[in-house]
Design a protein around this ligand. Structure first.
Ligand code: PLP
Length: 398
């Protein structure tokens, strides 16, 4: 690749997303990396470390994205691409030793909690779920109980979908003191908003499906670490368990990454405006967004994030409805069905604004209010987004 580690270290993230992962500057060679469709590579004799070998071991189309993501997270090593965010979660959880203790936010991404719960049910590990915003509770969970201290602290901040904010520096320091490694799911923030390695995390996880690729057209995951031993273990797990990325998805993800800085800048600014307006709307019973000074996570978010992300959650107030009374959940569903510009769909981090009542997922715990609506703010005109929300909330007064 043409971008040296030395130059990468001097560039701002806005430049890195454009410049990283390019081929060498050789006359008449393409400026973009090629899409390589091959399941195997020529070779004879013993397979060594530098060999590509076989399509499950490596693919040249993965390399530029892995290099770019490593540089964006401030890592000393390239990242690792996976077939999905959950394939990356599976690989990361493989770092917990047999019967080790995993401390995880109770409001982590539901798939991550489900995977950990199932591993615990089989006796492979012990799971301690905690309110990650409650530092004392996390410290207690890290400490030996029944003789066993934690082996891994899982961090997600802001959490999905409650947008709780963890005190990342305090928790990573405490985890290391207890002998645990720290994995941070940074999907909601991206390295442009939060850099978990610099906050003490050992491994960073992404659902590349979301902001990094940014167009709701691929499913991919990634892990990043500066620890060569951990990276080797993760790479081995990926190769042997087979959760590898398709080359076309990897190519699309790098193409999407090129505009990440612009997309984040726009969607964060719009989320702030929408949150402030929604906070004063009579049909909004509660709002969660760390960018609001009234939000319990505001000060912490300010201390460890660059901006506040572009996910916000509202609780829709019960309504009179059309001729009857509507529960908060029914009002939320009615409001979502009345939208024309916002897309009623799960997922987040795309150019299009997405909206969803989270409890439509049966895996979402009951501690998530049933009228809670998660909004992923896209890059449309903010006044158009607001007008659509206003008219949809207005239908609840009928
Ligand atoms: C979507 C998501 C995942 C899972 O990623 P997939 O690409 O859907 O497998 C994990 N963590 C967070 C925070 C997510 O939003």
């Amino acid at each position: 690749m043409s971008l040296s580690e030395e130059l990468a270290a001097t560039l701002s993230p806005e430049s890195l997303v454009v410049a990283a992962g390019r081929p060498p500057r050789t006359r008449d060679e393409p400026v973009n990396p090629p899409l390589v469709l091959s399941s195997t590579y020529f070779g004879t004799g013993p397979l060594g470390d530098g060999d590509r070998g076989y399509g499950r071991y490596s693919n040249p189309t993965w390399d530029p994205f892995e290099e770019a993501l490593g540089q964006l997270e401030g890592a000393d090593l390239p990242g690792l691409l996976y077939a999905s965010g959950l394939a990356a979660v599976s690989s990361a959880l493989s770092l917990v030793p047999a019967q080790g203790v995993l401390v995880m936010p109770s409001h982590s991404y539901a798939g991550s909690v489900t995977m950990a719960t199932e591993l615990a049910a089989k006796g492979f590990l012990e799971l301690r779920t905690v309110d990650i915003a409650d530092t004392d509770a996390v410290l207690a969970a890290l400490a030996p109980a029944g003789g066993r201290a934690a082996s891994m602290l899982w961090l997600e901040s802001p959490t999905n979908p409650m947008l709780g904010i963890a005190d990342m520096r305090a928790l990573t320091a405490a985890a290391h003191e207890a002998g645990a490694i720290v994995v941070t799911d940074n999907t909601f923030s991206t390295p442009l908003v939060q850099q978990p390695l610099s906050l003490g995390s050992d491994v960073v996880l992404h659902s590349v499906t979301k902001y990094l690729s940014g167009h709701s057209d691929v499913v991919l995951g990634a892990l990043v670490t500066s620890d060569a031993g951990l990276r080797a273990a993760l790479l081995h797990h990926r190769t042997i368990h087979g959760g590898i990325a398709g080359p076309f998805e990897a190519w699309l993800a790098l193409r999407g990454l090129r505009t990440l800085a612009l997309r984040i800048e726009r969607s964060q600014a719009s989320a702030q405006i929408l949150a402030e307006r929604l906070a004063g709307h009579p049909r909004v019973a509660a709002i969660r967004f760390p960018g609001l000074s009234s939000d319990p996570g505001h000060e912490r978010a300010k201390a460890q994030m660059k901006g506040f992300g572009s996910i916000l959650c509202i609780e829709v107030a019960p309504g009179r409805g059309h001729g009857g009374s509507l529960s908060g959940a029914a009002a939320a569903d009615r409001m979502i069905r009345a939208l024309h510009l916002w897309l009623p769909a799960t997922s987040l981090g795309g150019v299009e604004s997405l909206i969803e009542r989270r409890r439509r997922h049966t895996a979402e715990p009951e501690s998530v209010p049933d009228n809670l609506v998660r909004m992923s703010v896209g890059i449309e005109n903010v006044e158009d987004l607001w007008a659509d929300l206003e008219q949809a909330l207005g239908t609840l007064d009928g």
